[in-house]
Design a binder for this molecule. Structure first.
Ligand code: ADP
Ligand code: ADP
Length: 228
């Protein structure tokens, strides 16, 4: 599903965030991305949804080399990928229903498809009864469920979660992990950057550790491996 070959990324300020990354992630995998702050985890995930371009090297998503897409085709790349952020990034003036519907309106789904699909994904993440609420009326955990619903609304092949439990208390975090596992069990590939030792050491998955822009460890069912 995802292939990187010789990927380097140097930002315009001269900082090298990725320094020779080779990786293959199969369809349906659940991968944790760990490593110290500044190691390159965010840059790694940005390579996948084309938030940034590699300076050199090849990034393929679903067997398509992303460099073959023109700028105006980038929305096509993004359709294959749902992104979940630490701070949820919901639109505050829209209801929960509208937040999820918006993701489908921009890809020009029909009103009927939108109606059915929004309620389906809100149900899947366990938050259907909040459809008419606004984001600030929900707890952090509930808002993250909405963000996951929005990310999966258009049936992406890959969901990228950048520290999805970073702003949540431990108990709420387990609920979010359950939702991500449900999404993964339906076949969606998940890549999750995290600093949660508890989660990584309890819910065992493939662990890719990045330090100084390089993959230093890649283990099925691995440990978190850092003290914090
Ligand atoms: P992590 O997600 O592991 O904290 P990042 O990928 O955010 O790591 O950052 C890796 C390095 O690249 C850091 O030194 C960071 O300051 C730098 N960096 C990240 N984004 C940018 C950017 N847009 N411009 C310049 N430097 C950046
Ligand atoms: P995180 O550590 O949560 O991954 P950061 O705080 O490193 O996030 O980065 C937040 C945003 O700022 C990202 O979009 C990143 O690309 C950008 N950024 C990070 N470091 C720099 C930098 N040194 N110069 C410019 N932009 C940066």
């Amino acid at each position: 599903m995802i292939d990187m070959k010789g990927v380097h990324k140097t930002y315009s300020n001269g900082v090298t965030a990725l320094n020779g990354v080779d990786v293959h992630i199969d369809s349906g995998e659940f991968v944790y991305l760990v490593g110290p702050s500044g190691a390159g985890k965010s840059t790694f995930v940005k390579m996948i949804f084309r938030g940034e371009k590699p300076s050199t090297g090849i990034v393929k998503v679903d067997n398509k080399d992303l460099s073959t897409y023109k700028e105006r085709q980038i929305p096509k790349v993004r359709r294959k990928i749902g992104v979940v952020y630490q701070d949820f990034k919901l639109l505050p003036k829209l209801t929960i229903y509208e937040n999820v519907a918006f993701a489908l309106e921009v890809i020009e789904e029909t009103p009927k498809v939108i109606r059915d699909r929004v309620m389906e994904v809100l149900d899947l993440v366990g938050i259907k009864d909040k459809a008419r609420s606004f984001p600030d009326e929900l707890s952090g955990g509930e808002q993250q469920r909405v963000a996951i619903a929005r990310a999966i609304a258009n049936n992406p092949k890959v969901v990228i979660a950048d520290e999805p439990t970073g702003n949540l208390d431990p108990e709420t975090s387990w609920g979010i992990m359950k939702v991500l596992e449900d999404v993964n069990n339906k076949g969606t590939t998940i890549i999750m950057a995290t600093h949660s030792k508890e989660i990584v050491n309890t819910i065992k998955k493939r662990v890719i550790a990045i330090e100084n822009g390089r993959i230093v460890r890649d283990e099925a069912g691995g440990d978190y491996g850092y003290e914090i």
